[in-house]
Design a protein around this ligand. Structure first.
Ligand code: NDP
Ligand code: MG
Length: 380
């Protein structure tokens, strides 16, 4: 039985995590939940898990009536740290969009908790620091992102010296086949229609620009300690093969399932065990085809920007990530065009004076700088 704190419980991954807890009650117990704005959802969850401690990260939000009785309720960013270090927690599942999960992740590691990480942004920003702290404390970092969970499964028990390359699959997003000229007029409503996955707004836009795959390349670099030159991307529109590992003898292992985040979440929680559940397995007879094609980095420059950031390292990945968060929010608010997202990110990255082997405070400073510069560059 794992006692799990879910940070970002009201989001898409948060909700899938709760589904997993309902599905395998003998293996996963929810002991902490955090919400930001969605108080209605949090009230429902709080009723379903009466023992769980709660954190409302938005300090202005009024705590719904009755929730504070007979249980621990925390507030704000400090509250997330309290929740992430609860004495009864074995694992902290981080599903907060953006980098808000970084501080509680580091606090959880110091408190000896294992991490299940969905929030790729914190690994892009500070992957080296997170993995180094986890190694030092002897805690596990289990990937929830479906591609990384797949690679984790393919790598288990293998000698790292036998690995040739990691191959991340990408759905290609809603504009996989669109001509480059058509991207200028893409609206938020069009970009929010993902062909295969149902997810939160930010990652859905990232999937449309392919920044999601770019972030995932850097995420893989840190999770699996592999150089960027050994991380590749292939487009696979059906999202059934979640990623692959090629070995030095030319053999390739892949992990497959239906596109439902409950699969990787459950494996992160029950690892190293496999546990039966009510999830529908793949029906191969129903799969009409599985296709692969090369990505189009000239049409989707996010892939090139991410490779550049990952290769240079230091503060540059944090800058890419922060500028992207600002640009995506501006696109969703109708203040920036779709190509404006990568144009803004690229231009902030070009201005940045990289600090190599940056300590965490320099990374945080670079993140703040990039947010300011990206905001200044937005059309008025
Ligand atoms: P959602 O937007 O659906 O949910 C985000 C969660 O974070 C919500 O619980 C939200 O609270 C909370 N939150 C938002 N802002 C803050 C803040 N400033 N401080 C604290 N909490 C905050 O996102 P997803 O679930 O789609 O994604 C979460 C993370 O998981 C992202 O990093 C994403 O890249 C990653 N991921 C998601 C996948 C998916 O299938 N959705 C797949 C792989 C990775 P509230 O709703 O109460 O405001
Ligand atoms: Mg993914």
């Amino acid at each position: 039985m794992k006692n799990v704190v879910v940070l970002g419980a009201t989001g898409s991954i948060g909700q899938s995590s709760v589904k997993v807890a309902r599905d395998i009650p003998g293996r996963m117990r929810i002991v902490g939940l955090s919400a930001h704005h969605n108080l209605a959802k949090m009230s429902e969850l709080a009723r379903e898990f009466p023992e769980a401690a709660l954190c409302f990260t938005d300090k202005e939000a009024p705590i719904p009536e009755g929730l504070g009785d007979c249980r621990r309720v925390f507030r704000g960013e400090e509250g997330l740290v309290e929740l992430a270090t609860l004495p009864e927690a074995d694992m902290v599942l981080i599903a907060i969009v953006g980098t808000g999960g970084l501080k509680p992740a580091l606090a959880a590691i110091e408190a000896g908790k294992d991490l299940a990480i969905a929030s790729k942004e914190i690994l892009v920003m500070a992957g080296e620091a997170v993995m180094e702290a986890a190694r030092r404390k002897g805690v596990k970092v289990l990937p929830v992102d479906s591609e990384h969970n797949a690679i984790f499964q393919c790598l288990e028990g293998r000698d790292p010296a036998h690995v040739q390359r990691l191959i991340l699959t990408a759905s290609g997003g809603p504009f996989r086949q669109s001509p480059a000229e058509a991207l200028r007029s893409v609206t938020p409503a069009q970009a929010l229609k993902h062909p295969t996955w149902s997810m939160g707004a930010k990652i859905t836009i990232d999937s449309a620009t392919l920044f999601n795959k770019g972030l995932e390349m850097i995420e893989a670099r840190w999770l699996f300690d592999v150089g960027m030159d050994r991380i590749d991307v292939v487009v696979h529109p059906q999202s059934v093969v979640h990623s692959m590992v090629e070995f030095i003898d030319g053999s390739v292992l892949a992990q497959l399932s239906r596109s439902d985040m409950c699969f990787p979440i459950q494996y992160a929680v029950t690892w190293p065990d496999r546990v039966g559940n009510t999830l529908k397995p793949l029906d191969f007879a129903q799969l009409s085809k599985i296709e692969f094609e090369a990505p189009r980095p000239d049409v989707f420059p996010a892939l090139k920007l991410a490779r550049w950031a990952g290769e240079v390292g230091g503060t540059l990945p944090a800058v890419l990530n922060a500028a992207n968060e600002v640009a995506v929010a501006a696109f969703l608010n109708g203040k920036l065009s779709f190509p404006g997202i990568w144009e803004t990110v690229g231009s902030v990255m070009e201005e940045h004076e990289v600090i190599a082997r940056a300590p965490l405070d320099a990374i945080v400073e670079a993140d703040h700088w990039a947010r300011r510069r990206a905001a200044e560059k937005l059309p008025s």
